[in-house]
Design a protein around this ligand. Sequence first.
Ligand code: MN
Length: 257
Amino acid sequence: MALLQDLIRSIADGMVEVIDLTAPLSEKTPIIQLPAPFANTRRFELTQISRYDERGPAWYWNDISTGEHVGTHFDAPIHWVTGREGKDVSQVPARQLIAPAAVIDKSQECSANPDFLLQVSDVEVWEREHGPLPEGGWLLYRTGWDARADDQRRFLNADDTGPHTPGISVECAKWLAAEAPVIGVGVETVGTDAGKAHSFDPAFPCHAFLLGAGKYGLTQLANLASLPPTGAVVIAGPLPITRGSGSPARVLALVER
Ligand code: MN
């Protein structure tokens, strides 16, 4: 009781800051573009039902249509074939939706090289400075890519050879899935894998290894620059879509000031 009262008081007086890690969700929200013959997701869309008019004189409301993997969203294990026997998004335990976060900043490296890949050695260097990755927590990977989120072309950064966006190496994805104590990784890009991860072995290693290990993904996060390397608490709220492979999510962080 006292603990929660302290928390509420600390939020009210600014000792605990609430940082929104969620990108705005609209028709302009960038979506992943898979090449033929693969099927693509639909965009987020609002369809008006009524707006204080003859269809509903005192009320405004909309229908929404969206892909599960649009905007800031949560990847559940069954999103990938390696996790097909795992949890759908409605089965993720609520207590795992509140978890500590480690934040690794590679925005400098990614601005010099959009194909930058996080290596196990990068995480080991981070751990020497900040301590071990949090048990049951997230590894949040800052790349600076959220600055491009208002422009689909710059966000996907594709040329004739495909998209060029930062990601995680095959070895590091395998290590995060099998060795690290985290429940998942969170990124600023359109998916947890690098733009060129279609050509990796295995393809899309973050999806293959992490979801295959029953872990999770968070994508298109914003404002990771406002988080300290350790100590933030992430509250991730995907919709409990029955049989869903993922869901748009409101993601917040609590940070002590
Ligand atoms: Mn996804």
